[in-house]
Design a protein around this ligand. Structure first.
Ligand SMILES: O=C(O)/C=C/C(=O)CC(=O)CC(=O)O
Ligand code: CA
Ligand code: MG
Length: 399
């Protein structure tokens, strides 16, 4: 039986086949509406409200906020209903299936609190070697807890938003200078979108009740601003100017087959960080710089899982609520071509990175475009996609 959806990209061997079904918010000229991605099309969900029955109100609003505020039971029920709807042969009455080229995407949910972790051992060690030569690359806390900082939720934007080069202070030989960043960088990360009931002290085993799904994150970073400002309190203006996320949220349910154990850290984890079932994820990222793939970071290398990060974030009594977003930290692997930022790829600006047009780079130039994409293994040999996150650098404004 073939599906009523006629789109060659809506196939199980393609990232956005019926095994994925990510949610986003599209505007096809009649305002923002919740949709599910089918290959290179968006199915506008209010148009099939009749088939969604009692679950239709979850996707009736202008964002994913109501869906996020529901529960894992409802998320799984809606997904099951959608799978049967998009794989049947008969077109549902009223179904509005729009090519992605005809819609404008918006930020799919209202971002609550935003946290950025630092859970790649390779990234942490490389940054230590580059930024703090001659010292131990890992701080003594690193293997014991997922190091992180609270970021700026209000500057999280949807994929496709331009990135204006930020101004700021940086270190100079004769004291600090002010001006446009000369070391604008990316950070390829995986973001976890929270949902479900407001909760505190979330255990690793109940973390999936509070994690709706996954996006890709580009944590744009101005290394010169960061290097001058961030001791001892951590990143501030060097990262708060913009953080980009995918336009589509891949449900955690789509990643069941991709679950893997996180690597050992060399000693037992504290009890609140022990997992009774593994929540590492085998996501394979690709970083494209002006059409050249410059890195293929492996998320399975991350030393702390999303469940451990959420457990840690709430163990002190802090609450998590729908719309909160936490990012994994830059995803870097052990090899040179698995590094998730240009600071590492160029080793602090020492080495030049060659692009396919023959040009060379260390950090971002005005007009450059970066696209981060990812896939994961799905059921029965299928492939699950995490929608790409893309941005183009604009020159700094005149101040
Ligand atoms: O180790 C450093 O000096 C700096 C590290 C970062 O900038 C990384 C950060 O923002 C967290 C992460 O993405 O892993
Ligand atoms: Ca980061
Ligand atoms: Mg940022």
């Amino acid at each position: 039986m073939t599906s009523w959806v006629r789109d060659p990209a809506f196939a199980r061997d393609q990232p956005f086949g019926p095994q994925t079904l990510p949610y986003g918010v599209v505007d096809a000229g009649d305002g923002p509406r919740v949709a599910v991605r089918l290959g290179e099309h968006a199915l506008v969900l209010p148009s099939v409200a009749h088939d969604l029955g009692d679950l239709a109100p979850l996707v009736a609003g202008p964002s994913l906020d109501r869906l996020l505020a529901a529960s894992r039971v409802e998320w799984s029920a809606l997904r099951a209903r959608l799978i049967s709807l998009v794989t049947r042969s008969g077109t549902p009455a009223g179904a509005q299936l729009v090519p992605l080229t005809d819609v404008r995407m918006s930020l799919p949910f209202t971002v609550g609190d935003y946290v950025d972790f630092f859970s790649s051992r390779h990234h942490a060690e490389n940054m230590g070697r580059i930024m703090r030569p001659g010292t131990e690359p890992l701080q003594p806390n690193w293997t014991h807890l997922p190091v992180g900082y609270h970021g700026r939720a209000g500057t999280v934007v949807v994929s496709g938003t331009d990135v204006e080069r930020p101004h700021g202070q940086r270190r100079g030989k004769d004291g600090p200078h002010f001006g446009p960043s000369g070391r604008l960088d990316i950070e390829a990360e995986v973001g976890f979108v929270c949902g479900g009931p407001v909760a505190r002290r979330v255990s690793t085993s109940s973390a999936p009740e509070h994690i709706f799904g996954v996006v890709l994150v580009n944590d744009w970073s101005a290394r010169d601003i960061q290097g001058w400002e961030y001791v001892p309190l951590g990143p501030f203006l060097g990262k708060s100017f913009l953080t980009s996320v995918s336009a589509w949220v891949t449900p955690l349910d789509a990643l069941a087959v991709a679950r893997v154990k996180v690597p050992d850290v060399g000693h037992p984890r504290m009890p609140y960080l022990v997992e009774d079932s593994p929540w590492g994820l085998d996501l394979r990222l690709a970083v494209e710089w002006n059409d050249t793939v410059v890195a293929r970071p492996m998320f399975a290398e991350m030393s702390f899982s999303c469940a451990q990060q959420l457990a840690h974030m709430t163990v002190n009594g802090a609450s998590v609520r729908p719309g909160d977003l936490f990012a994994s930290g830059t995803v870097s692997g052990p090899t040179q071509t698995q590094r998730g930022c240009f600071m590492e790829l160029s080793w602090g600006g020492r080495d030049r990175i060659r692009l396919s047009d023959g040009s060379e780079r260390t950090f971002l130039e005005d007009g450059d475009t970066v696209v981060i994409s990812a896939t994961a293994p799905g059921e029965d040999g299928s492939v699950v996609g995490i929608a790409p996150v893309e941005g183009t650098v604009l020159p700094a404004v005149d101040l």
